[in-house]
Design a protein around this ligand. Structure first.
Ligand SMILES: Nc1nc2c(c(=O)[nH]1)N[C@H]1C(S)=C(S)[C@@H](COP(=O)(O)OP(=O)(O)OC[C@H]3O[C@@H](n4cnc5c(=O)[nH]c(N)nc54)[C@H](O)[C@@H]3O)O[C@H]1N2
Ligand SMILES: Nc1nc2c(c(=O)[nH]1)N[C@H]1C(S)=C(S)[C@@H](COP(=O)(O)OP(=O)(O)OC[C@H]3O[C@@H](n4cnc5c(=O)[nH]c(N)nc54)[C@H](O)[C@@H]3O)O[C@H]1N2
Ligand code: SF4
Ligand SMILES: [Mo]
Length: 895
């Protein structure tokens, strides 16, 4: 009998089940628990129907999308009975093993039906009551009532305003926030003549520009990690701010666990002793947020002074492969004194960046820094891992370069058991060419004729009339240009595919910006902060209600998911919304979408390629198709799917039959195609391998010199050329006191006198949410209460106990949360979970939702960095009892 059948027959209600599973999860989440009210249509029905009546077995299992920007891509299945989703499960298409693991979903994916069927879904198009085209009354945004309108009215309002604004002010009066989750609206505004779009260093932090210029990798740090099987060859794995146990579900944590079980030891360097370190029994080196540059400079110094004739440092590799490490390896025409080693030793500035010096800035003990240098010496098999989090800090523009230099000094590159890598959530611990990848949808991109982009830190101030720095950068990586200071006169904001008034810094300034313009539209699924401050809200359906699609995450698999249910209420697919507005503007559906969703999916399926069993070499990565559409025999890839004329007829699409490895019906049935891997197969990958063997013959594709650049003039020129304040970086990594970093918590750092904002904050990506998504699902709110973490010593000083309400106050805002007192965070630092929905009281200026970005202003440094982990606050205990998030009323708009 299955677990659920047992629950059913034992008469345990679903509520009891939630509590039991929440208790188990809370142990993991450093969180307390509180009871909650039900929040989904299904849940209420289940309870009133009585569990003993229900059949939880029959029906059809369909592969269901899990589509968020969540750090994973997993197999998710829904049992559909008479059009109703009864249960969910995850990958059970094959036996699980470390070599050939199932693509298992996380708690959020398994709660997906609680989101799709949530009773706070946006149901109908809505208009703000006091908005009218002639009298917008923008100051009422966020406070006004709503009225239901028809789709036709909604499309007409939006089109009329677009026409009016374009006629009066031109296309640069449109600010379009359309990004990660959906870029459809760019097609509409592109064909309408253009728009200003936001861009940011958001996820990557300073991994946006920095790694390319110094020869480390493409943006983001991809391609720097060995294949997952190689972790078992490591003796020591050092992690600088890495937490896949929360941020990278599916395979990643198993990769590290397998290495652990094979005998590797672990070190975590982080303000928080996170779940990953705990699982792996890691040794913790605590340090202040945003102080990694100081820490690594101290580590470089410790390597140099403890090196005994090459006992720790791979001088031979530095000699061959690194530009600017010492005076003998400087580029032509620059002052030799400006080399990295002399800076570290303090030869010319009189300040050795020794472990003692580093310790003062980063808080880690000097002895531990010295000891770590010995542990990572070149003769040990070491993987140096970092994430983007330490680089989501102000003034860490040289951090990726410095991390690379440490790896080069210790020779942990290009060899089995040695790695120097930035790991992101989806490809975590498993780099190398994709072994299976979907084809394109066939839709060509529609360019933005205005080609104008504003950095995230300046978007709201630009709308408020302040100048911004145009640098050619966009989220699609448009070419970098030296800064040109521009202004804009924005009259309309359109949000589609994000929740930027929640997820971007400076929420309160954002609210002001929203109140200033003539017209705000949001297309989304819930009453998010973006929707709340709009005039027209367009209800978008979820992927479960669409035609299906294909996604990939790690390099070994693709998923094909299906439609699960029809669109709920009046919600619509974004593509239909775009077409609806387009029609009113005189832009034809064919121009916007030459293919419908079904054809787009078919094109992706037909174009899916898979690595041949002989493996993928760098020369064989070419497209498997030649120009005339036939297969390219030199390619290391072949088509995945066999498609017959009957399949094409069954799908009702245009296409040609093709020969591939498996029938398309098989992928439709199982929902996933995964390469069955084994140790020693042909798909292994060692990053930097060719370069390390022969740097001369295999120059790095990214740097000017083809070497790894400890001295990168290109990097300094680019960052400084973007023209933001606080941007004076050098071609070598140097210590720059970070804006809003540890030193700024003092009024006098040298004397040790604390200032008005004596605490730092890390805003951590949280297990219970994907950013702000799932932030309204009571089941998850109950299991993951989004606490603030505070160190025991600080809590004692401030009279705070676990369960007390604390107020965090920054220069810009105030927010309330419930405290968890713990020794798993360093003193003088607060852990705040990223993405809680703001619940702002305009009367007293307090946010009751624990929102992170209400605490930020638009301080900007370096390459326009979103410095989410450089934030300083004051902390107090407050005598207000907070209603647990899961017990608050849902944001359901009565119409
Ligand atoms: N303080 C702080 N702030 C941060 C971070 C941090 O670490 N600290 N992290 C940053 C990072 S790395 C990121 S990536 C961003 C994420 O920032 P966002 O992308 O703004 O955050 P999400 O919560 O993922 O928002 C996605 C929104 O799109 C909606 N949506 C989903 N699918 C669709 C669709 O098909 N169509 C439409 N129209 N809407 C859809 C969802 O309902 C949701 O409201 O946040 C950043 N903000
Ligand atoms: N559950 C969940 N998973 C997610 C997401 C989510 O919202 N929820 N979002 C996804 C997305 S879009 C992204 S970009 C990734 C982000 O994932 P990451 O870039 O890895 O970011 P975090 O998980 O916030 O932080 C990782 C670790 O870095 C530590 N850290 C923070 N600041 C510093 C610092 O200055 N120095 C050092 N040494 N350590 C520091 C944190 O304490 C934490 O232990 O996560 C993805 N995965
Ligand atoms: S990690 Fe993402 S894709 Fe995987 S189950 Fe969780 S929410 Fe879904
Ligand atoms: Mo991200």
């Amino acid at each position: 009998m299955s677990y659920l059948e047992r629950i059913q027959s034992s008469g345990i209600s679903r509520r009891g089940f939630v509590k039991a599973s929440a208790a188990a999860a809370a142990a993991l989440s450093v969180a307390g628990i509180a009871g909650c009210a039900p929040n989904s249509v299904e849940e209420t029905a289940e309870e009133t129907a009585g569990s003993e009546q229900r059949d939880l077995v029959s029906g059809e299992w369909k592969t269901a999308s899990c589509w968020h920007n969540c750090g994973g891509r997993c197999v998710n299945k829904a049992l559909v009975q008479d059009g109703v989703v009864i249960r969910q499960k995850t990958d059970d298409t094959h036996e699980d093993s470390p070599e050939y693991p199932q693509q298992r979903g996380c708690l959020r994916g398994r709660s997906q039906r609680k989101q799709v069927f949530a009773d706070d879904r946006l149901k109908y198009p809505m208009k703000r009551k006091n908005w009218s085209p002639d009298n917008p009354q923008g100051d009422l945004r966020g406070k006004d009532d709503w009225e239901r309108i028809s789709w036709d009215e909604a499309f007409q309002y939006v089109a009329d305003e677009m026409n009016k604004i374009k006629d009066q002010y031109g296309n640069r009066a449109f600010y379009l926030d359309s990004w990660t989750m959906n870029t459809e609206y760019r097609r509409l505004f592109g064909l309408f003549g253009g728009y200003i779009n936001g861009w940011g260093t958001c996820s990557f932090g300073n991994y946006s520009l920095s790694p390319q210029n110094c020869g480390f990798s493409a943006a983001g740090g991809f391609e720097t990690c060995n294949d997952r099987f190689d972790f078992e060859n490591c003796e020591k794995i050092v992690m600088l701010g890495v937490n896949p146990a929360w941020s990278a579900f599916g395979m990643p944590i198993n990769i590290l666990k397998t290495a652990h079980d094979a005998g590797a030891t672990f070190v975590g360097i982080d303000p928080v002793y996170n779940e990953t370190y705990s699982l792996l029994d890691a040794d913790w080196i605590p340090l202040y947020p945003g102080s990694d540059t100081a820490f690594l400079l101290g580590l470089a110094h410790s390597l140099i002074v403890q090196d005994d004739n090459g006992s720790l440092i791979d001088w031979d590799f530095l000699d061959k492969a690194v530009l600017g490490f010492d005076a003998d390896h400087m580029p032509e025409g620059v002052d030799e004194k400006d080399n990295f080693m002399d800076y570290v030793l303090g030869t010319y500035d009189g300040q050795p960046k020794d472990a003692e010096w580093a310790s003062r800035h980063c808080g880690a003990s000097a002895d531990r820094i010295m000891a770590l240098a010995k542990e990572i010496g070149k003769d040990n098999k070491v993987a140096l891992l970092t994430s983007w989090a330490p680089a989501r800090t102000n003034n860490s523009d040289n951090l990726p370069q410095l991390f690379m230099i440490i790896g080069a000094m210790t020779g942990h590159m290009g060899k089995s058991g040695h790695m120097t890598t930035c790991v992101d959530s989806q490809t975590f611990g498993n780099h190398g060419p994709s072994l299976v990848k979907p084809g394109g949808s066939g839709l060509e991109e529609i360019p933005n004729p205005e080609n104008d982009y504003v950095n995230d830190t300046q978007a709201w101030s630009m709308i408020l009339g302040e100048p911004y720095n145009y640098t050619g950068q966009s989220n699609d990586g448009i070419e970098w240009k030296p800064c040109e200071v521009r202004t804009a006169d924005i009259h309309m904001i359109f949000h589609g595919g994000g929740n930027r008034l929640q997820s971007r810094q400076a929420i309160l300034q954002g609210v002001e910006a929203h109140r200033k313009v003539d017209f705000v539209v949001t297309a989304t699924t819930f009453f998010t902060n973006d929707a709340k401050y709009s005039d027209i809200v367009l209800p978008v359906n979820t992927e479960w209600e669409r035609e299906g699609g294909m996604v990939t995450g790690n390099r070994e698999m693709v998923i094909m998911y299906q439609k699960i249910v029809d669109s709920l209420y009046e919600s619509k697919d974004d593509q239909d919304i775009v077409k609806g507005i387009g029609e009113k503007l005189g832009i034809s559906a064919e121009e916007l979408y030459p293919y419908d969703r079904k054809q787009q999916l078919f094109n992706m399926a037909a174009g899916t390629i898979v690595a041949k069993e002989t493996g993928v070499s760098s020369s064989g990565m070419a497209n498997p198709f030649t120009d005339d559409g036939s297969q390219n025999a030199d390619s290391d890839y072949e088509l995945l799917l066999t498609i017959t004329q009957e399949d094409i007829d069954r799908w009702g699409v245009e296409g040609q039959p093709q020969e591939g490895r498996i029938p398309i019906s098989q992928l439709e049935e199982t929902g996933v195609y995964q390469i069955e891997r084994s140790k020693g197969d042909n798909y292994g990958f060692i990053a930097f391998e060719d370069f390390v063997k022969d740097p001369e013959a295999n120059p790095r594709p990214y740097s000017e010199s083809g070497k790894l650049e400890a001295y990168s003039k290109a990097l300094a020129d680019k960052v400084n050329g973007m023209g933001y304040e606080n941007s004076d970086i050098k071609p070598i990594p140097t210590f720059i006191q970070p804006l809003n970093g540890h030193e700024d918590t003092y009024s006098d750092f040298e004397k040790g006198t604390k200032g008005d904002y004596p605490f730092q904050v890390v805003t951590m990506h949280y297990m219970g949410r994907s950013h702000t998504t799932f932030g309204n699902i009571a089941q998850l709110q109950e299991a993951f209460v989004s606490p603030v973490m505070i160190n025991t010593v600080d809590a004692n000083d401030l009279g705070i106990e676990s369960g007390d309400t604390v107020m965090l106050t920054s220069k810009y805002g105030k927010t309330l949360r419930t405290a968890v007192v713990t020794n798993r965070i360093i003193p003088e630092c607060i852990g705040l979970t990223h993405g809680s929905w703001s619940d702002y009281d305009e009367e007293n200026g307090i946010d009751y939702g624990g929102s992170d970005n209400i605490l930020f202003g638009n301080d900007v440094a370096g390459q326009g960095t979103s410095g989410f982990n450089t934030l300083i606050v004051k902390v107090e205990k407050i005598d207000t009892e907070l209603v647990p998030d899961c017990d608050k009323p849902r944001r359901i708009i009565e119409l």
